[in-house]
Ligand binder design. Structure first.
Ligand code: SF4
Length: 90
């Protein structure tokens, strides 16, 4: 089994209050829908954005964001989902 692990961003929609702070801190991966709720780009967080992603997760006032560790196996599953190409590297 490969040792590659990367992080993806999960939103707990039951907690999210639509503050929009996450999209301000990480506009490369998070945009807001018409109601101000986040839409996270699918796939792994690129390494060059990892620190920004951690800051966005830590700054969410509703504790609605989390980083989820993906293994090489789960990345393969993500690749197989339509419209969910992983975003790797710079
Ligand atoms: S910062 Fe947190 S509460 Fe605000 S929109 Fe983003 S996930 Fe939701």
């Amino acid at each position: 089994m490969g040792g590659l692990t990367v992080d993806s961003i999960d939103v707990d929609r039951t907690r999210c209050a639509g503050h929009g702070l996450c999209a301000e801190l990480l506009p490369e991966l998070i945009r807001l829908d018409d109601w101000g709720y986040p839409i996270v780009a699918p796939g792994p967080v690129p390494e060059h954005l990892a620190e920004h992603a951690r800051r966005a997760v830590a700054s969410c006032p509703a504790l609605a964001l989390a980083l989820r560790r993906l293994t090489a196996d789960s990345q393969v599953r993500l690749r197989n989902l339509p419209g969910s190409e992983p975003m790797m590297g710079a």
